[in-house]
Design a protein around this ligand. Structure first.
Ligand code: IVH
Length: 758
């Protein structure tokens, strides 16, 4: 490019800045390895912007300054695709996949036993064509009808993962095709932002991506979290010889800086393709973006050419679709289910519908806030979603199909099971039955939880038996289990002599447990297995745990008070007239005084404040650091909310009594080293490391592995993240393994585990 009126040093500097910015852009958006801070990036960016403004002739189509978008258009101009953009044939079963391979073999008159394919996720976004002229991105278009699309170049330039200039590109024209999409997480965040600013909320990531790409104002597109992955070539006119396989072509794209899928694999034959497909059904949920199937493409480009096309689709590729995760059906009625902690969950009864590979007739509506947000009514045609092994949920209603007699969903005033009043508190979305152990539903769920495998592990006590025991009032609370007699059990339906004995033995052996299991079995709201173990490790003693205060768990500040409120409280306290405060001496008077002057303060917060600052003078001297909640907990994983649940639980006299009864019945745990997380690690060789365990093991149970790791000072968590040291992987480890592999995290097999623990 020639620049007549810009000094050569300016041209050079601009070029240098563009290169640098492109490099940092790639480090950040594609490789996730930024080398400079955002602020440093901004400095370079602004310098380039200023130069381009001062010397307009140095503007270049690959300038990173174009990434923020430009002047709004009236309409998009049309682009003729010199090579049509095709679609794909679908397959929905293993048979159809086998047929696909067979047709290819027949056509190629191939004697080989299997065809080589490349497998790629079928991204659920929007197909685009990108043209690079001499390595510079010059034009991008939508698919349109396959022959003519729309020129959306300025919008595509805003996508950070799309290179504006290719590395080491040959001279000439390179056209690539790919999919523009939005990550699931970024989509949620975008919708939160849209809702907050009273802007359009999108139904799904695909619609959000499509809407964002078709905006006439590219400065808005620039604010949308769009990504791109390329997967095919269009018309290529370069001197160089082209790769011979689809796989090599993808590698070539990648070397030039184009983002390609990291999930692609080469596979030989339909049965390997079927296995890949099944594996991806499990991996699917752990991918950051939505995929709706797998695309299998014949790897050899020569074979692709020989196979050619039928109407709009190539013979050499197929889209093997996943079972649809969403379907529409009618909402017949709504019932409220009472959970272990009394939480009322609205459950939609549906006209049965096939979705996510199964028949669904019930789906959760989560809570009343969700019902309101989704605007669902009884009688509506609703969208139901069932993804992986997640509980089916109602996503929303199709309002245009709403019948005249549609009825609002109402929260019952009393518990549908025990008729105790239903309590709705302002700060938690869930409504709760106030019946506690007096509610049959809560008793039943609490018992089910207590005996479950990960809690007290009482084998042979299934749902049906629990129901009978409750109905006959043989058992009202968990501790009653320990005084059951054989005679009583024999009264129950379908319990024979032998199984009664087995059950009594199982109940008896459950008495020897671990503190972690016991805490988990108590069913404290929000306290899961991992937290229970951490509590056990921290306190090592149930009485110490029961005596711990909220302040103990979350030591600094007052729970729920953030920085803004801390400052406001202090300002108010300090601005009050001296003589006013002089009058206040007793605690009740202080309470009243505070609630009058500090608008919006909650009684619990006043209590917490006065606990630590019991006089007016001390109140006047507090600083923001004294009361601002740090949210940091003394016990890993126990934040302010969970601390409240724990403290409330142990303060409840019924619970305290039940714990005494359980211990009185003989429940005990070993306190010797190595058997329980409660014990301080004697060997801390694994301190600082974080493990995740997944799958089935032959020689040790998962609990034993956990105990052994914890005993060496390691931490064991439930999900794989960047912080994970390694995944301990047994047989049939599903999505966790895939995630670990995706994040490049080390994976240990059972045999490697022996070495780790020895
Ligand atoms: S290849 C000639 N590969 O699926 C083949 N398409 O149903 C052209 N898609 O319009 C497409 N992921 O929008 C191909 N890895 C992938 C894909 C993919 C998603 C979309 C694309 C296409 C549609 C066809």
């Amino acid at each position: 490019m020639t620049n007549t009126d810009a000094p050569s040093d300016v041209v050079e500097q601009a070029e240098k800045l563009r290169k640098e910015l492109a490099h940092h852009n790639r480090q950040y958006y594609e490789l996730d390895q930024p080398e400079i801070s955002d602020a440093q990036y901004d400095v370079l960016f602004r310098e380039l912007q200023a130069l381009e403004k001062q010397f307009p002739t140095i503007a270049s189509p690959d300038s990173p300054t174009l990434r923020v978008g430009g002047a709004a258009l009236d309409k998009f101009s049309k682009v003729e695709h010199r090579q049509p953009m095709l679609s794909l044939d679908n397959a929905f079963s293993e048979k159809e996949l086998n047929d696909f391979e067979q047709r290819i073999k027949d056509r190629l008159k191939s004697k080989t036993t299997s065809i080589e394919f490349v497998a790629e996720p079928k991204l659920d976004g929007l197909a685009v064509s990108l043209i690079y002229q001499d390595g510079v991105f010059t034009q991008g278009a939508t698919r349109g009808d396959g022959n003519t699309g729309e020129d959306i170049t300025p919008n595509l330039r805003t996508i950070r993962s799309l290179p504006l200039r290719l590395d080491d590109a040959p001279a000439g024209r390179i056209e690539v095709r790919g999919e523009v999409f939005i990550d699931k997480g970024a989509f949620e965040e975008l919708n939160r932002h849209q809702a907050k600013h009273k802007e359009k909320v999108f139904v799904n990531p695909r619609n959000a991506a499509a809407g964002s790409l078709r905006l006439l104002d590219s400065t808005i597109t620039a604010q949308r979290p769009l990504r791109i992955i390329v997967y095919a070539m269009g018309l290529i006119e370069v001197e160089n010889t082209l790769p011979e396989t689809h796989w090599d072509m993808l590698q070539w794209f990648s070397r030039m800086g184009l983002p390609v899928s990291d999930q692609s694999e080469t596979l030989s034959g339909a049965s390997a393709c079927q296995q890949y497909y099944e594996r991806m059904i499990d991996t699917r949920d752990s991918l950051p973006y939505e995929i709706d199937g797998i695309v299998f493409k014949v790897n050899s480009l020569k074979q692709q050419q020989d196979l050619g096309f039928v109407s709009r689709a190539p013979r050499w590729a197929v889209a093997y679709k996943f079972p649809a995760e969403e379907a529409t059906t009618q909402l017949l009625s709504v019932d409220f289910q009472v959970g272990r902690t009394g939480a009322l969950t609205p459950v939609a009864r549906l006209e049965p519908v096939f979705v996510g590979g199964a028949m669904v007739s019930n789906a959760t509506l989560h809570n009343m806030d969700e019902v309101a947000r989704k605007g669902v009514m009884v009688g509506d045609t609703v969208t139901v979603r069932r993804a992986g092994d997640v509980i089916p949920e109602v996503v929303g209603a199709i309002v245009s199909k709403r019948p005249d007699d549609a009825a609002r969903i109402m929260l019952p005033e009393s518990c549908p099971v025990c008729t105790s009043p239903v309590i709705v508190s302002d700060d938690v979305a869930v409504a709760k039955c106030s019946g506690g152990f007096n509610c049959a539903a809560q008793r039943r769920e609490a018992l089910k939880h207590f005996v479950s495998r990960r809690a007290m592990n009482i084998d042979g006590l299934g749902e049906k038996l629990i129901d009978q025991l409750l109905e006959r009032h043989m058992v009202n609370r968990p501790s009653d289990l320990y005084s059951l007699t054989k005679e009583q059990l024999l009264e129950l339906d379908l319990v024979a002599e032998k199984s009664a004995e087995n059950l009594l033995n199982a109940i008896d052996s459950s008495k020897q447990t671990t503190l972690g299991r016991f805490i988990f079995a108590l069913g404290i709201p929000e306290v899961g297995e991992t937290t229970a173990r951490q509590l056990a490790a921290h306190f090592g003693d149930i009485d110490k745990l029961a005596a711990a205060s909220h302040e103990y768990f979350v030591p600094t500040g007052i729970p729920g008070i953030g920085k803004t409120r801390a400052v406001r409280i202090i300002e108010t306290l300090q601005s009050l007239p001296q003589q006013d405060s002089d009058l206040v001496a007793s605690k009740p008077a202080l309470e009243k005084w505070l609630s009058e002057h500090l608008s919006g303060i909650k009684p619990a917060e006043i209590d917490a404040l006065l606990d630590r600052f019991p006089s007016v003078s001390s109140l006047r001297s507090i600083t923001s650091a004294d009361i601002q909640s740090k949210g940091e907990s003394r016990v890993e994983g126990v934040g302010a909310t969970m601390a409240t649940f724990i403290v409330d639980f142990f303060n409840h006299t019924d619970n305290a009594k039940e714990i005494r009864s359980l211990l009185g019945a003989g429940i005990q745990w070993s306190t010797s080293a190595g058997t329980e997380a409660a014990d301080a690690p004697t060997d801390d060789s694994l301190a600082g490391s974080v493990y995740v365990i997944s799958g089935k093991f032959t020689n040790m149970s998962r609990d034993e592995i956990t105990a052994a790791l914890v005993a060496k000072g390691a931490k064991v968590t439930g999900s794989v993240s960047k912080k994970t040291t390694a995944l301990i992987c047994g047989e049939a480890a599903g999505s966790k393994l895939a995630k670990a592999e995706a994040l490049g995290i080390e994976v240990f097999t059972e045999s490697a585990l022996d070495k780790l623990l020895s």
